[in-house]
Design a protein around this ligand. Structure first.
Ligand code: DX5
Ligand code: ZN
Length: 219
């Protein structure tokens, strides 16, 4: 297989008080994954647009914003306006996903849609041309450091088959429990874009951890 492999460390596992230097430690990554949580869509709270704006200003790599917030229709376009490379909202939190994806593209961001483990892929794969990225969650969203859900591999494969059949350049992202021991399974099932929080920021050498993940994907 010669599919692209993109490694996107999640700053959820970084030191929030030293974010600028934490971002410099992952300069070899393809993007930085920025988890926005509102303590409502998920039972955890991180930060909002003010923080994302500063991350955007100092990050050496593009921003992949993952919104775990309710009322995505109202709030997501503002993150695109901050200049984020990619903005992903949850299917479960949007009233009109197609209109919202179009609004994100209009503001210059790639448009991503995320699926919680219990959400089927049917609606998303029926409209793949609307999305630049599909995020298949491989843990229940809310916290880093959880175990990879192997029962999501079928959903990944279904989305991969649909992207290949549609011929769109939609990236297939996985998020949750990605490590050197799980990434190969996710890659083999069809993922090309890998979020990794604890396995990168929990390592002594994040650059080496990113390289190890790239190597392990092919294993
Ligand atoms: C969880 C977040 C993830 C989290 C992943 O809800 O969306 O991005 O940072 O962390 P790990 O890689 O530790 O599972
Ligand atoms: Zn995430």
């Amino acid at each position: 297989m010669s599919r692209a492999i993109r490694i996107e460390p999640s700053i959820l596992s970084a030191d929030f008080v030293n974010m600028e230097s934490e971002l410099q430690r992952i300069a070899t990554a393809d993007a930085v994954h920025v988890d926005v949580m509102d303590n409502h869509f998920v039972p955890n709270l991180t930060f909002g647009p003010q923080m994302v704006k500063r991350v955007q200003a100092v990050s050496p790599v593009p921003l992949d914003v993952h919104l775990m917030i309710t009322d995505a229709d109202r709030w997501a376009p503002g993150y695109a306006e901050l200049g984020a490379f990619s903005v992903t909202f949850h299917a479960e939190a949007a009233t009109d996903p197609l209109a919202l994806a179009a609004a994100l593209r209009e503001r210059g961001s790639r448009a991503g849609i995320a699926l919680k483990p219990g959400t089927p892929a049917d609606e998303v794969i029926a409209h793949l041309d609307a999305y630049d990225q599909v995020l298949v969650m491989t843990v229940e969203p809310g916290f880093g450091g959880q175990g990879f859900m192997d029962d999501m591999l079928d959903k990944i494969a279904v989305v991969r088959a649909a992207i290949d059949a549609a011929g769109t350049d939609t990236w297939l992202q996985v998020d949750g429990g990605i490590s050197t021991s799980t990434i190969a399974r996710a890659y083999a099932a069809g993922a090309d874009t890998f979020v990794a929080g604890s396995s990168v920021y929990g390592a002594d050498d994040p650059v080496a951890a990113i390289a190890s993940l790239r190597d392990a994907a092919h294993a």
